[in-house]
Design a protein around this ligand. Structure first.
Ligand code: CUA
Length: 167
């Protein structure tokens, strides 16, 4: 079969680009720890605030072990509950986020946490906060007239300060 010279060149370039993209994705996954937000599960948005029916009835963080937390965050127009999360530096925290009403976003600045939040669906991502400081959480999916006011904060405290606060 005869393939035109230019056709061959473009086929080679296309294959080369695919190989580069595949390597870039693998590098990001393995060395930079970038994860694709997974659908962790489903939840009935009508029962979301019913005590006992879902963990989002009491949104907040739970300590699983020293330095290991999970956070149940509920998004709704136009707030995140809880609005502020405080953890000691070096903590690993897994976020389980869902929405009570419409589509929202959940992005924590300066981390790899960036998820879409949909009613009925649980979005899950894990990260470790090594550096103390205040990390803003923003909604980055347009959700109506108050969208730009929808934000929260993760406060990562110096370990000594966190220990003193808990005494
Ligand atoms: Cu919630 Cu935009």
């Amino acid at each position: 079969m005869h393939v035109d010279k230019y056709e061959q060149i473009w086929i080679r370039i296309s294959i080369f680009v695919l190989v580069v993209f595949t390597l870039a994705v693998l590098t990001a996954t393995v060395s930079a720890g970038i994860q694709v937000p997974g659908v962790e599960g489903r939840v009935d948005p009508n029962l979301i605030t019913t005590p006992g029916a879902s963990p989002w009835a009491e949104p907040g963080i739970r300590e699983l072990a020293p330095g290991k937390y999970e956070a149940y965050v509920l998004a709704q127009i136009w707030v995140f509950q809880p609005n502020e999360i405080r953890i000691p530096a070096g903590s690993e925290i897994t976020f389980y986020v869902t929405s009570k009403d419409i589509q929202h976003g959940f992005k924590i600045m300066d981390t790899n946490i960036n998820m879409m939040v949909l009613p009925g669906q649980v979005s899950k991502l894990k990260t470790t906060f090594d550096k103390p400081g205040t990390y803003n959480v923003i909604c980055h999916e347009y959700c109506g007239i108050g969208h730009h006011t929808m934000y929260g904060q993760i406060v990562v405290e110096e370990v000594a300060a966190a220990a003193a606060a808990n005494e």
